[in-house]
Design a protein around this ligand. Sequence first.
Ligand SMILES: [Zn+2]
Ligand SMILES: [Zn+2]
Length: 175
Amino acid sequence: MALDLDISRVRSVKGSSERYHLEVSAFDLEDENWSLAKPLVIDAEISHEKQFLQMNGKLATAVKGVCSRCLKPVETPVECSFAEQLLYAKDISLFSHLAVGEVEEKYFIYDNDTLDITDIVRESILAELPLKILCVEDCRGLCPKCGKNLNQGQCDCDLHEVDPRLAILATLMED
Ligand SMILES: [Zn+2]
Ligand SMILES: [Zn+2]
């Protein structure tokens, strides 16, 4: 489902502004670790400045994944804000004094009456999330020998006897 905002009105009237409210139950984070666990709620306001549109928004949802050490399901709330300056493609010429690439770096370029904020929202959410999922900061993970969840207690394995190949694998998985 695309997150489309109709900006036809705010775009045509200088000095105007418009508020948007979106709620979607499915949203692809395109991330191998995290997926959406609760509906995504977005509130945004776009105001027409002199040469561009200023968008300010906030979003709330929850995401889920599994602990990278013990595989326990993890769910975490996400609340964050985002801001973007939107420049109409035709108006890029107003910025010809800037170096090549500078406009694209500073502005989000749009070229019609519908603004798809999917990428902006996705990047905002992923920026809030750790690269590595842990159920708790000091999760002890699974025993590399018997697979027991060591958060629930020690097993009887003598880890000094672990097959060195498995030990290497465990170290690699840790990273
Ligand atoms: Zn864990
Ligand atoms: Zn064990």
